[in-house]
Design a protein around this ligand. Sequence first.
Ligand code: TH1
Length: 740
Amino acid sequence: MIGRSLSNSVINLGIQDQYAEALNQLGFEFEVLAEQEGDASLGNGGLARFSACQMDSLATLDYPAWGYGLRYEYGLFRQIIVDGFQHEQPDYWLNFGNPWEIERIHVTYEVKFNGTVEEVDMNGEKVKVWIPGETVEAVAYDNPIPGYGTKNTINLRLWAAKPSNQFDLEAYNTGDYINSIVNRQNTEAISNVLYPDDRSHQGKEMRLKQQYFFVSASLQDIIRRFKEAHNNFDELPEQVALHLNDTHPSLSIAEIMRILVDEEHLGWSKAWNIVNKIFSFTTHTVVAEGLEKIPVDLLGSLLPRHLQILYEINSNFMEELKKKIGLDYNRLSRMSIIEEGAVKSIRMANLSIVCSHTVNGVSKVHSNTLKTKTFKDFYELWPEKFQYTTNGVTQRRWIVVSNPSLCALLSKWLGTEAWIRNADLLTGLRDHVDNTSFRHEWKMVKRLNKMRLAEYIETMSGVKVSLDAMFDVQVKRIHEYKRQLLNIFGIIHRYDCLKNMDKNDRRKVVPRVCIIGGKAAPGYEIAKKIIKLCHAVAEKVNNDADIGDLLKLVFIPDYNVSVAELVIPGADLSQHISTAGHEASGTGSMKFLMNGCLLLATADGSTVEIIEELGSDNLFLFGAKVEEVAELREKGGALKVPLQFARVLRMVRDGYFGDKDYFQSLCDTVEVGNDFYLLGSDFGSYLEAQAAADKAFVEPDKWIKMSILSAAASGRFSSDRTIREYAERTWKIDPCQCPF
Ligand code: TH1
């Protein structure tokens, strides 16, 4: 999820001024031109954006790395809002061409599907041969990723599917010309569209095809490069580190075994010894239900040889495991790569753990959950495999590109631009926190960014907002666990209080502009209802002349990377309020932190580490802790819920915001006894945290100090730190500078 590339590229190449000057001479303004560029949205949310940040850091830190992915013709859908409802529109982002990519018409590989496996005799030895039924061609499109302050530029290679010439031959033989052309279109469809589901896996055939297509082309590319310099595979583990970014590419384990055993004839145990030294794996999810599973039937018909290989890996693993733990059948079945049951499936996470030398979590809390719950059995077996590397974000995009005025201010007061390559230097801001002119300049920068955001809000939604109000932002994918509903309930409560307040009391109230943005997966009904409720509440509140500027609610449509670049610098407060134990890491909070935005958050995911850096006095913390959640859930119907929560719920149920019937099922999800994400039990402390934020906001000096300290604490959350940890601990690679 790269977003736009122009600004980032000229900044990283260090030619920003010259480029702007050259454009000027041609009669164009850089800022205006940059906004014409469309976003590359080839992923869903945090996972995909994290990959983009990692690529930027890999390039900047001179690591010899490649990124691989799919060149979807349709990226993540565009969200439009009609009558408060989300509608999805195709993102045909290649319509005007993509100036950043280089088509490598000669870098193509055949990817095969379906067919049968036959056993043939080869020099007296029985070997398995896969006779595929369908062949597709993968064509490479290279997207250069320039590092900052280095000549090093790395490559993001994206694969597009093209029909293979084999079709033409078949058509010629059978004379079925028209059908062969239709088939061609089916094969091209493989890289057509990104699945818009964030975290839900439906066992769709096309998605599996996409995964294998991506894996097969990438591995052929990697092995071809390796073979150019080596005539056997002994050195593969020293020369190649393959990182599985979640389980989506984990079919590569079976694929590389197939290549080494069937095509390179290495023999199983030799191949296995190589394979289990080259893979490392990061899991980005928390709950077991979120883990990817592929139905055996589906896999068997699409990739028959791979299914055999997976069975063999599993059977060897089960044998080894029995030797270690004995005949504990429950545990054996929990750890098996194959899940027996109504739908027999491959557990991709188990596969990845068994075959990787390292299993990474994305934050401290997440890693603890992996060790004590999700993958407890595996942790007990291989404690040394489990590590954590906390996520990060690149300050090049999230400060330098998106907040030029803050960038200038930081360089001025730190006396250097070195923080752009070394974010730890941001701690130097702490030295100036009591300096009044620094604080004043800091405040001006925030105001400028708020102005930019206010203009955008007015253009997008027609709502005029006051710059004196606190800009309170929650932008991320819409999910029940992320609890946008808690935010909306808080806003309803605020509105209700304002309505019941006399004029004198109202004068003391801190005006708020509540900003919510994010996409719901097209099939996720509850998430879509949350978006509608947000609009229904906004409609009522924003048109209430009696309330005026005291409260506004705006939904920012089509949240994507470039919208984030505008929204994040303009936020005073941002919300990261997932039910504790559900957000593996969360990276949005790090971007806000870097931009001097205060956080209102639960102790979940990376927030726990942000607190370690920042101190709990400098953010607004609330809600149940990870270790309390299970007990609260057990209480069920006996759980204590504040009266205010019941009142807000009643208002929605009674149709105070219209669409009474439509919202009932949404209300059911948080009704006492059914409130899995614990909105009710966290509501009281949520309101307290909100009140504390209001109180701090009316003391500008205090607020600005907290804002400066937030940015000063953000260095640890640079993806440069993340990548360095991966390079040193997991991949064991050294920087490798461009020699000329
Ligand atoms: C996200 C996690 O939810 C988030 O907490 C984390 O910061 C981010 O990954 C980066 O580590 C995930 N997004 C997805 C998307 C899919 C499947 C699993 C995850 S986990 C499609």
